[in-house]
Each structure stands twice: as structure tokens, then as C-alpha cells.
Design a protein around this ligand. Structure first.
Ligand SMILES: [Zn+2]
Length: 199
């Protein structure tokens, strides 16, 4: 996957999703490295690189639209927040969206974060049903549970950090944490690119 990225990088040099400057998927001028944002969901400590607005929002929309260069730029930034001893587990997208996009956004973020930090990447989760989030109102999103399952029966004692692009209500992260905990993992933290205000 990362080898494929190098080929694509040569063919299509990275370009800032916000200003178009060539160099990286989100440039330091548009999104200077600033302090991180801490947040909490019922059972997790979350860390976000930024709020879901401005250049960060444009970068995430570009990632959702299939921009690998943006995934690299954001994933490397996330990697600065991960420790070597962490196990990074991406929040999976639906098969349909992955097919239309050509890749799974959070998985690619986690791959680059892993390469940057030395933390292990484990694609331990899969979605059970169809796309339960998009287009739903907040109450319906919160009601949707049991959407994820662990691909491994026994994750006994593994310290897991969830990785995703955006966190809004935290319900997706909580669903993922529950699925991993049912397989024995210890899930206490989440790393996301951006924290969105609740709708
Ligand atoms: Zn820029």
C-alpha cells in the first residue's frame, strides 16, 4: 500500500487541499501545527489535531473524496500523537464507500500514523451492516449500535487506540470500543484528525 503511494506520489505530487500549494496534502501555512484538542466520550479519552473547520475541514472532505496525499499528510500528523507501544485500530468505513473511494480513509490515516510513530497497525474491526450514520439525525446515530465487530476472537489484554478522521458525537468510537472490548482488548483512547461540534 505504501509502495503504491510512492508511485502515485510521483505521478500526482501532493497538493494542499486548502490552498493548492504543491508539497503536501495539507500545508503548514493553511494548518500550522498547534496545540491538540482533548475531548471525552463516555469511556474514552480523545485527542484531535484540530477543530472541524476551515482548512482542516477542507482536508477531511478531500480525504473522504479519495485524496491519498491528504491521507498521508493528516496521518503523519496523527502519528506524532501516537506512542510506539500503542496498537492503532482504524474505524472502518463501509465496503461500498471504500469501493467508491478506492481506499479506507481511517485505515490509510492509521498506516501513515503507524509508519511515523512505530506503533503497530491492526485492522481489527469490520462494519456489520450498511452505512448507518450518513444522513441520519443525531438521535438515530446514537441509537445505532452493534454496527462493528472484531475480526479477531481474542485480543486479550491488547492496549488499543482507535483512529478516525472526524469525531462528532463519539457514538461511532464508542461502538468500536465496545466491539473490541468484547474481544478482550483494553480500549481507553482515540486519535482523530478533527473534532466537530455536535449538530
Ligand atoms: Zn495550504
Amino acid at each position: 500500500m505504501l509502495c503504491m503511494d510512492r508511485v502515485l506520489r510521483w505521478l500526482f505530487p501532493p497538493q494542499c487541499a486548502a490552498c493548492g500549494a504543491v508539497g503536501e496534502g495539507l500545508c503548514g501555512r493553511c494548518a500550522p501545527a498547534a496545540g491538540v484538542i482533548s475531548f471525552a466520550t463516555p469511556t474514552l479519552r480523545g485527542t484531535a489535531l484540530a477543530r472541524y473547520e476551515g482548512a482542516w475541514r477542507r482536508a477531511i472532505l478531500a480525504l473522504k473524496g479519495g485524496r491519498r496525499d491528504v491521507a498521508e499528510s493528516l496521518g503523519l500528523r496523527l502519528g506524532r500523537l501516537a506512542t510506539r507501544d500503542a496498537v492503532l485500530v482504524p474505524v472502518p468505513t463501509t465496503t461500498a464507500r471504500r469501493r467508491s473511494r478506492g481506499f479506507d480513509g481511517a485505515t490509510l490515516l492509521a498506516e501513515h500514523a503507524s509508519a511515523r510513530s512505530g506503533a503497530r497497525l491492526l485492522a481489527a474491526l469490520e462494519q456489520v451492516a450498511g452505512d448507518a450514520q450518513r444522513g441520519r439525525d443525531r438521535r438515530a446515530r446514537l441509537a445505532a449500535t452493534g454496527r462493528f465487530r472484531s475480526r479477531y476472537a481474542a485480543l486479550g489484554g491488547q492496549q488499543v487506540v482507535l483512529v478516525d478522521d472526524v469525531c462528532t458525537t463519539g457514538s461511532t468510537l464508542e461502538d468500536c470500543a465496545a466491539a473490541l472490548r468484547s474481544a478482550g482488548a483494553i480500549v481507553r483512547a482515540a486519535l482523530v484528525v478533527a473534532r466537530a461540534d455536535r449538530a
